[in-house]
Design a binder for this molecule. Sequence first.
Ligand SMILES: [Zn+2]
Ligand SMILES: [Zn+2]
Length: 273
Amino acid sequence: MIKSNCHTHTVFCDGKNTAEEMTLTAIDKGFVSLGFSGHCPMYYDADWTMKKENVGEYIKDVKRVKALYSDKIDVLCGIELDADLADINLSVFDYTIASVHQLHGKGKIYSVDLSPDELTEAVDVIFDGDWYKMAETYFSNLADFAISGDFDVVGHFDLITKFNGQTPLFDEENDNYKASALKALDKILDSKPNMLFEVNTGAMYRKGNPKPYPAEFMMKHINKRGGLITITSDSHCCESLDFAFDKMIDYCKKCGFTEAYYLTSEGRKKYSL
Ligand SMILES: [Zn+2]
Ligand SMILES: [Zn+2]
């Protein structure tokens, strides 16, 4: 397979390693390209994102590493956006990932991926305990955000399933759940047919989940609609940079895909799975 990852975090947000450490690991692992995707600053304070005043330093550091190792690997400077992003200039980035990590309601903001307790509280407080109303809102917000700009990748499409591997919180086979997810996928695919959906192994590494995002029924739907995919590790440390990439080849094939994409300085490129 072509080894590449466009979803990589560093010490500029909630990652453990520097861009240079991640790049050296990627070179060791035989990557052809590596894209950094620091969490964008939000319009409110958040401890897991880049600080607005540090975004310039982040770009500078990634560009320094890009120049330093340009004969060995193609390094890109991207950003992982959130629907709650602060007002920043996106044109300076090589690419963008559109994600949603929060739910809003009753005057509070809840993370969907921080802990099972926080997600449960959000469902209780905002949705009167209805997990499928929560899912409908999450997917709808993600679709609306993903089509609101000229973004390259949709981040961890079913992030709200993060804890189901350890603490089953809702039934992913529920008809309403599936309908909400498919409706959001269709909305994105109708409006942005060239959007890349990431096949993200982040929670397989961090949570020991047996499957990546997105779930199989979503992947099959993306495939049926002619949608495009890229395999990513949503890596926050050197060790996880290519976590379960070999398994993802089989997973993507099982879902009907024969090719995937990776990002380079000359744009996205396609390879056979
Ligand atoms: Zn994310
Ligand atoms: Zn991420």
